[in-house]
Design a protein around this ligand. Structure first.
Ligand code: DQA
Length: 174
């Protein structure tokens, strides 16, 4: 299977509080991969899937800054890959911002939030997200990039004129 896109796509990979400390923060839960490694992983996978697709990568510890970045995304972002971190479980403001911009979201968590404390089992994002990837570590971001490209290619494939996106091959990019 191959999917075709009729325009360049632009992704936003958004990261919430404390994810700047990845690599040193609770490594038994989040692993040794740094946020810079995660960004590299996302960029590499996207480049493998589409030469014309672009990606912004952003992290903030502040709820309002994340809300503003989501609002700005309305201008040119096709899909948001989002690890809201602790705000997943607390932030109606972030949920409302996502609803306001109406951009598809793929929610990512490094850890399996359902195997952890009960307060992590509820997400204010999951029921408005395209889907959620949790518990697969940094690979989850890579899978989210694949899912994003395939979702966007599928949703624009009625007008087939642009770059061909290869079918997902999960053996690549490791
Ligand atoms: C997290 C899970 C959240 O519960 C936690 O607050 C985080 C990271 C994850 O990626 O597993 O900061 O989103």
């Amino acid at each position: 299977m191959s999917l075709t896109m009729n325009r360049a796509i632009h992704l936003l990979v958004l990261n919430g509080p404390n994810l700047n400390l990845l690599g040193s923060r609770e490594p038994e839960t989040y692993g040794r991969v740094t946020l810079a490694d995660v960004e590299r992983l996302c960029r590499q996978r996207l480049a493998q899937l589409s030469a014309s697709a672009t990606l912004d990568f952003f992290q903030s510890n502040h709820e309002g800054v994340l809300v503003e970045r989501i609002q700005q995304a309305r201008e040119r972002v096709d899909l948001i890959i989002f690890n809201p971190a602790a705000f997943t479980h607390t932030s109606i403001a972030i949920r409302d911002a996502l609803l306001a911009v109406n951009i598809p979201v793929i929610e990512v968590h490094l850890s399996n939030i359902y195997k952890r404390e009960p307060f992590r089992h509820h997400s204010y994002v999951s029921d408005i997200a395209l889907g959620q990837i949790a518990g697969l570590g940094a690979d989850g971001y890579r899978f989210a990039v694949e899912a994003a490209v395939h979702h966007l290619a599928a949703s624009t494939s009625s007008a087939c004129t642009g770059a061909t996106v290869p079918a997902v091959d999960t053996t690549q990019g490791r």
